[in-house]
Design a protein around this ligand. Structure first.
Ligand code: TRP
Length: 442
C-alpha cells in the first residue's frame, strides 16, 4: 500500500435526526463519491457530543446515531478505506477541547452565530440575555475546532452556515501554535456552492425544521405515498407545465441522468399529468434507493455489527493520530512527567523546537542523516557511500518534500531514490512540514 501525503478531508454529522433525501443528495452521496478519490484521506464521524447540545432525549440520540451510521454504510461508505468513527469514542476530542478553550478568546465565542441568535431572541422577548443558553451551546465552536484540529485536517466541506466555525478553528489553532509551537494545520472551509438543495413535500427546502422531509429509507410504499403527496399547481392533464419552480421536476433532476431529465422536460411541455410525473419520479428514486434500503435494513437489524465497526474505527484513528498528537500537546503545554528535568526556573519562554538535519558517520563507515525536531527523530536515512551523496539527497529532499512517498515495507522514497524510514510515531506530512520550515529558515 502506498501512503502518499494525501489531502485530509474531515466532516462531522450531528446525530440528532433521521437522514432524509435532502441529506442524501446534498451531503451523503457527494461525500461518498469524494471519499473514493485516491488523493484524499477522508474522515467521517458521528458528532454525538454535538447532538447533546440540542437533543436531551437519550433514546433519540441513540436511535439517530444508529440510523446515521447505518445510512452512510448502506450508501457505500467503506470503513476500510476512510476513517469512520463516533466522536464520543475518542476521548482525545474533549481533552483537546479543554486545551483549546484555554486559548480561545471569549469575545470570539460571543460572536458565534448560534449563540448570538439565542441571545437576540432573549433580548426581543425581554428576557435575561443568557436565559436557557447552556455553556455547551457557547462552547460548540471549541468542540468543533477540536474535532478538526486533532486530525490536522486540511479541508472541511461545510455549508455556508458553518464557515464561521472553521474560521474560529483556524483562530484557536493559530493561537495555540503561537504559544506552544507548530502543532496544528490551519484548516480551510471547502464551501459547497453547487450542492443541490432539494425541495420538500411543501415545495420549501427539505428540512427537518419545516417538517416536510422524505426519510431516505422510508419503505417503498411509504415513499410512494409521500411522493404522491407533494404539492403541485392545479394544471390539468394535457396542459403544458412549467419545469421552473416545480418541486417534482427538481426532485427528478437530482436523481435522473441528463437524458432522462431532458425527456421529462419534454413531457412537461407536452402536458404530462401530475400523477404520471409522480409515478415516474417515484420509480426513478426507488430505483436508486432500493438496493441501499435493503442493505440499510440488514444493518439496522444487526446493531452490534455497527457498534463494532465504529469502535474499531475509533481505535484505529486514535492509535494513528489522536493519541500521539495529544501526548505531544500535553508535553507542549506543560502537563508533563514530573520525574524528568524541570524546565528553566527563570521564567524564560521555551522556544518550540526547530527542525534540523543531522549528518553523521556510523561505525560501518557509511554516511547517514536524520531529520530531528527537538528530542524526536522524524526520519532516519539509509547509509550512503559518501557524504556528498547524502548531501545531494538532503538538498533534493528540501526542494521536493512534496514528492516524498512512503511505502510499507519499501521505506521512504523520493522518486526512485530510497531515503530511509519514517519514525514509527511520525506522519509523512509532519516530515513535509518540518522540511518546509527548514527550507524557509535557509
Ligand atoms: N456542526 C456541524 C453541523 O452541524 C457538525 C460538525 C461537528 C462538524 N463537528 C464538525 C462538521 C467538524 C465539520 C467538522 O453540521
Amino acid at each position: 500500500m502506498t501512503a502518499q501525503a494525501r489531502v485530509r478531508v474531515l466532516t462531522g454529522i450531528t446525530t440528532s435526526g433521521t437522514p432524509h433525501l435532502g441529506n442524501y443528495v446534498g451531503a451523503i452521496r457527494p461525500a461518498i463519491a469524494a471519499s473514493r478519490d485516491p488523493g484524499v484521506e477522508s474522515f467521517y464521524f458521528l458528532a454525538d457530543y454535538h447532538a447533546l447540545i440540542k437533543v436531551q432525549e437519550p433514546a433519540r440520540v441513540q436511535r439517530s446515531t444508529l440510523e446515521i451510521a447505518a445510512s452512510w454504510l448502506a450508501c457505500g461508505l467503506d470503513p476500510d478505506k476512510v476513517w469512520f468513527y463516533r466522536q464520543s469514542d475518542v476521548p482525545e476530542i474533549p481533552e483537546l477541547t479543554w486545551l483549546l478553550a484555554c486559548v480561545a478568546g471569549k469575545g470570539i465565542l460571543n460572536r458565534a452565530h448560534a449563540y448570538k441568535a439565542a441571545v437576540d431572541r432573549n433580548r426581543e422577548a425581554g428576557e435575561d440575555e443568557d436565559a436557557g443558553v447552556t455553556a455547551g451551546l457557547y462552547m460548540y465552536p471549541v468542540l468543533m475546532a477540536a474535532d478538526i484540529l486533532l486530525f490536522n485536517a486540511h479541508k472541511v466541506p461545510v455549508g455556508r452556515d458553518q464557515v464561521q466555525h472553521i474560521e474560529m478553528a483556524r483562530d484557536f489553532g493559530q493561537r495555540f501554535n503561537h504559544l506552544y509551537g507548530e502543532h496544528f494545520v490551519l484548516p480551510e472551509a471547502a464551501i459547497e456552492e453547487h450542492v443541490a438543495t432539494l425541495p420538500g413535500l411543501d415545495g420549501r427546502k427539505m428540512s427537518k425544521s419545516y417538517d416536510n422531509v422524505i426519510p431516505l429509507f422510508a419503505p417503498r410504499e411509504q415513499l410512494r405515498k409521500l411522493i404522491f403527496g407533494i404539492v403541485t399547481d392545479s394544471r390539468a392533464p394535457g396542459e403544458p407545465k412549467d419545469t421552473e419552480g416545480s418541486a417534482l421536476f427538481q426532485l427528478y433532476q437530482a436523481f435522473a441522468s441528463a437524458e432522462e431529465t431532458a425527456a421529462m422536460r419534454r413531457a412537461y411541455a407536452e402536458g404530462i399529468a401530475w400523477s404520471e410525473v409522480k409515478a415516474r419520479l417515484f420509480e426513478r428514486i426507488d430505483r436508486e434507493i432500493a438496493p441501499m434500503r435493503e442493505r440499510y435494513e440488514a444493518l439496522i437489524a444487526q446493531p452490534a455489527q455497527i457498534e463494532a465497526i465504529l469502535r474499531e474505527g475509533a481505535r484505529r484513528v486514535r492509535e494513528r493520530y489522536a493519541t500521539p498528537l495529544l501526548a505531544r500537546l500535553r508535553e507542549a503545554v506543560g502537563l508533563r512527567d514530573l520525574s524528568h528535568a524541570p524546565a528553566a526556573r527563570d521564567g524564560k519562554k521555551e522556544k518550540p523546537s526547530a527542525p534540523a538535519i543531522k549528518q553523521y558517520r556510523e561505525a560501518d563507515g557509511r554516511f547517514y542523516f536524520k531529520l530531528v525536531q527537538g528530542e524526536r527523530v522524524l526520519l532516519q536515512s539509509v547509509g550512503f557511500d559518501s557524504p556528498r551523496e547524502a548531501g545531494q539527497l538532503i538538498a533534493r529532499l528540501k526542494r521536493e518534500a512534496a514528492q516524498l512517498r512512503h511505502e510499507a515495507g519499501a521505506g521512504l522514497r523520493l522518486g526512485e531514490a530510497l531515503l530511509g524510514e519514517l519514525a514509527a510515531d511520525a506522519a509523512l506530512d509532519e516530515v513535509a512540514q518540518a522540511l518546509a520550515r527548514l527550507a524557509e529558515a535557509e
